[in-house]
Each structure stands twice: as C-alpha cells, then as structure tokens.
Design a protein around this ligand. Structure first.
Ligand SMILES: [Zn+2]
Length: 125
C-alpha cells in the first residue's frame, strides 16, 4: 500500500495514531503509560535526554486549556449552563482531558521533533 501524502502529513498522522513517526510500523507506547525506549522496527530513539518531554507536557497543558475554554464557550453560549453547573463541568474537563490526551501529546511531540531534526537511531550516539 503506497502512501501519497506529503512527508510532514504522514509523520503527523503517524503521531496522531501513536505510531513511530519515522516508520509507522510500531507503537510509541509499550504499556498504557510507558513510552518505548526505541522503535523495535527502525530503532528510532524515543527516550531522549532528560527534559526532552517537557514539550509533550507543554502540548498537553496548552491543549487542556483550549479544551476548558471550548467547554466554557459551548456551555455558556450554546447550552446556557448555569454557573453552578459550569464550574464542576470545567473542573471535570480540566481533570480528565490531560489524562485522555496524554498519549497523543507524547506521540505528537515525538513526531514534531522528527519533523524538525529527525529522531536519532538507537546506538547512534
Ligand atoms: Zn520506527
């Protein structure tokens, strides 16, 4: 099966699907909340230096804030939710969204890093 998408879209799609951004043949996560050290198919290194995944946390925080703002906007404008109901709704979104988006923030951060500088291979240092 050929993939005719531009390379950057292919890489982002792999990130969105939690697949290796380099080859797309393996999953980024070994267990539900544990990132693989490297891709077993192409040896691209996922576990980088200390602090590398601060960007993934930043993506998760910014996306969570956007989700909270969207929930507030929909709640107030479309459904006219009362404030007494809106605050618990927003609190729930702020608690659950980052957990639900955790994997994608890491995978998309890896894909973005691969787009900008390419992931190193295991043992290439
Ligand atoms: Zn790979």
């Amino acid at each position: 099966m050929s993939d005719d998408r531009p390379p950057f879209l292919r890489t982002l799609a792999r990130g969105a699907l939690l697949r290796c951004p380099v080859c797309g043949r393996a999953r980024v996560f070994r267990t539900p909340f544990r990132v693989r050290h490297h891709c077993p198919a192409c040896l691209a290194l996922f576990q980088r230096e200390e602090g590398f995944f601060v960007g993934a946390i930043m993506i998760n925080v910014v996306t969570t804030e956007a989700a909270v703002m969207l929930a507030a906007g929909f709640g107030l404008l479309l459904f006219a939710v009362r404030e007494a109901l809106l605050l618990p709704l927003l609190f729930t979104v702020a608690l659950l969204f980052p957990v639900a988006f955790y994997h994608h923030s890491w995978s998309l951060w890896l894909a973005g890093d691969h787009l900008f500088e390419g992931l190193p291979r295991r043992g290439s240092r």
